[in-house]
Design a protein around this ligand. Structure first.
Ligand SMILES: C[S@@+](CC[C@H](N)C(=O)[O-])C[C@H]1O[C@@H](n2cnc3c(N)ncnc32)[C@H](O)[C@@H]1O
Length: 217
């Protein structure tokens, strides 16, 4: 599969995006040094993109599905209004512990709560309404996450789902892995769902934005 974004352009994009603050650069460094699969972090450009969305929405309650080491949660936390908060779901206790340490060392300790356990169970116990939801956990469950959060999304809220291009695997008919099949089902279902309006963007590995269908839909 070819790169979704040509590497030279990816580097150019990063060079023309406001650099991460020191605490986030430290999170990225620590994650690369201490955890497996650091490529799971959204990185500098998508981190800023998420921050922009939270800022533009004036999101007070954010739900994140898939914390890892906290990079995306801390990116979003920078744009929360006073009193705003992020609930972030993480299954892996090693990842949850790393994220809690990184959050505690950041300027946003107290704004981000990491809830350990299967995200579907956690979401069931949350009331909402969520102003912004970032889906970035196990790909095979994306449709389940969508079903669980849409009824709890604020009327003017937004869902962002990460990795929806899955490094191009969604258009490879030979790829029948559970995650790829799960992502295709998610992409097809959302695009055909008349309750929502969506746009799939080629930011990094594909980010799909979803809102309730409304007057301008
Ligand atoms: C792609 S990483 C998240 C990256 C993070 N959003 C960031 O950019 O820094 C996905 C995370 O989801 C977690 N995860 C996988 N299955 C899960 C589940 N069922 N419930 C909650 N978290 C899960 C993984 O342990 C992993 O830490």
């Amino acid at each position: 599969m070819p790169d979704i974004v040509v590497p030279e352009l990816e580097a150019y994009t990063e060079a023309h995006t406001t650099a991460p603050p020191p605490h986030l650069a430290t999170v990225a460094e620590r994650t690369r040094a201490e955890l497996a699969a650091p490529g799971m972090m959204v990185g500098a450009v998508e981190g800023r993109f998420l921050e922009m969305l939270v800022f533009a929405l004036r999101a007070r309650l954010v739900l994140e599905i898939g914390t890892y080491s906290g990079y995306s949660a801390l990116s979003m936390a920078a744009a929360l209004p006073p009193g705003g908060r992020i609930v972030s779901c993480e299954l892996n206790p090693v990842h949850a512990a790393a994220a809690r340490e990184n959050i505690a060392a950041s300027p946003y300790a107290g704004d981000v709560e990491v809830v350990e356990g299967p995200a579907l169970d956690t979401i069931q116990g949350l009331i909402g309404p969520f102003d912004f939801v970032f889906i970035d956990a196990d790909k095979r469950n994306y449709l389940n996450y969508y079903g669980a959060v849409l009824p709890k999304l604020a009327p003017a809220g937004l869902i962002a789902a990460d990795n929806t291009l899955w490094n191009g695997r969604v258009v490879d008919p030979a790829d029948l892995s559970e995650d790829t099949v799960g992502l295709r089902a998610f992409n097809d279902t959302v695009a055909a769902d008349e309750r929502v309006v969506c746009v799939q963007l080629s930011v990094r590995d594909g980010v799909t934005l979803i809102r309730h269908a409304g007057r301008s839909g």
